[in-house]
Design a protein around this ligand. Structure first.
Ligand code: NDP
Length: 222
């Protein structure tokens, strides 16, 4: 399989790249080439992608040309840790939407022909429980929550719109994971997270498409 993973230079994306590189052709995108150093130890193709720039998305699509993609994993994400109302910042809010919701949508649009060129046709979005309205009992984190809720809406519409083309859409909370974003107090390591995510991706079919699931397979409230 040919698998494209965004934000693969560190954290969950790097662990996903390491997992899939053992058996598959992985195209790993990095924003900052310095952050791509860890990928040097893996047998993967590294490509540049800055999700806030539409041109960067179009450039990646042009570079890939008609390379078939069996699976696209939209993993890259940003969290601006402004948890309180008085910390809300307009730039950070717009930036979160660009990276966490609009970028993945535009990248899907640009790479749709590549996905349709294979029979596998799996599209995966790494969202967050923080994007759940039903689970929000603690408030705050306006930009992150809103951008992940927007990502959930985007993924759901794609699941509906692309079902006729046989495209299956997976939307997952990866757990609270020990990465730069999750911090050292997080509950699980990247290996446990990726063991769960890859099992979900393996079982992703038309019946699972468009559902919001925890990394262990439990359904999550919208
Ligand atoms: P990290 O902060 O460790 O890594 C984030 C990745 O996203 C990096 O590879 C980074 O690239 C990339 N990225 C950030 N901004 C951009 C951008 N503008 N364009 C392209 N790539 C970008 O995060 P995690 O590995 O922890 O998170 C991965 C995903 O999981 C995210 O979507 C996150 O929201 C989600 N998640 C994580 C949780 C956790 O507990 N860790 C919990 C819930 C959800 P670079 O290295 O170049 O900066």
């Amino acid at each position: 399989m040919n698998i494209l993973i965004t934000g693969a230079g560190r954290g969950i994306g790097l662990e996903l790249a390491a997992f899939y590189a053992k058996r598959h052709q992985v195209i790993a995108t990095v924003r900052n080439p310095r952050h791509g150093e860890a990928l040097g130890a893996l047998r993967v193709q590294v490509q540049h992608l800055e999700l806030t720039q539409h041109q960067s998305i179009l450039d990646l699509a042009k570079t890939l040309g008609d390379t078939p993609l069996d699976l696209i994993i939209h993993n890259a994400g940003v969290l601006h840790a402004e948890s309180d109302l008085d910390e809300v910042d307009a730039f950070n809010f717009a930036h979160s939407i660009q990276v966490n919701s609009l970028g993945p949508l535009l990248l899907t649009q640009a790479l749709l022909p590549n996905l349709l060129a294979t029979p596998t046709r799996k599209l995966v979005f790494i969202s967050s429980m923080m994007g759940s309205m039903g689970d929000n009992g603690s408030g705050g984190y306006y930009s992150y929550r809103a951008s992940k809720a927007a990502l959930n809406a985007v993924a759901k519409s794609l699941a509906v719109d692309l079902a006729g083309d046989g495209i299956k859409v997976g939307l997952y909370h990866p757990g609270w994971v020990q990465t730069d974003m999750g911090g050292p107090r997080a509950l699980i390591d990247t290996q446990s997270c990726v063991a769960g995510l890859t099992a979900r991706i393996q079982e992703l079919d038309a019946a699972h498409s468009g559902r919001f699931l925890n990394y262990d397979g439990k359904p999550l409230p919208w």
